[in-house]
Structures are given as C-alpha cells and as structure tokens.
Design a protein. Structure first.
Length: 113
C-alpha cells in the first residue's frame, strides 16, 4: 500500500490546494461533502472563489502566515472538527490541506501525564 492509497476512502473529507489556492485533490468524502457546490468539479477551481467573506480573508491569512487553523462546527446536529494546515514539498510551501471529520456531541476528553 502506498502512503496515499488510504486517503481516497478515508471517512473524513480531505481537500488539498496549492499555494495559489487552486484545488488539487479531494478524497471521496470531500467530493460527497461538497457535492452541492460542484463535488469533483471543484478540482482545478480556486478555493477563494468557494468561500464568502470573512472566510476568504481568513484563508488568505492562513496562506500568507502558514499557520494551522483548527476549530469545531455544528450543522444539522452533526459536530465536525476542521483542521486546516500548510503542506510542504521538500521544505517549500505547497498550499493548504483541510481535513474535516465528524466528532461525537459528547466526546470524552482525557488528560494524560
């Protein structure tokens, strides 16, 4: 199995864009999640065109600062973790990856030492 072969059917949505915001890849769950917005046809489109303000400005800030953005959302009774992070190729900034997956409403939290 190659490193990326598991990504296609990973149960969370994974979307990858390049340093210009062009969507390069989406796994099956991302295509399903964004079906009403174009699904697989979003590949090759600009990520910034898919977001209204203030999300568009936040994405531009993430691209320039190359910081991680992590938060949770709830929509239609479903909670999700959203994790947006820069990716690199041989030390050079490649763009952003967004991973989104469902989390339980009452998720346990453990502190370990």
């Amino acid at each position: 199995m190659s490193l990326t072969s598991w990504i296609k059917e990973f149960p969370g949505a994974i979307t990858v864009c390049n340093a210009d915001g062009i969507i390069l890849e989406m796994n099956d769950k991302a295509v399903e999640t964004f079906q009403k917005d174009g699904g697989v046809n979003l590949v090759g489109k600009n990520l910034f065109d898919c977001h209204p303000e203030p999300a568009r400005s936040k994405l531009r800030d993430l691209m320039s600062s190359r910081k991680v953005n992590c938060y949770t959302i709830e929509k239609n009774g479903i909670r999700k973790m959203i994790y947006q992070t820069p990716w690199y190729n041989n030390g050079h900034f490649g763009g952003l990856i967004e991973v989104s997956f469902e989390i339980p409403i009452n998720m346990p939290h453990f502190i370990r030492s």
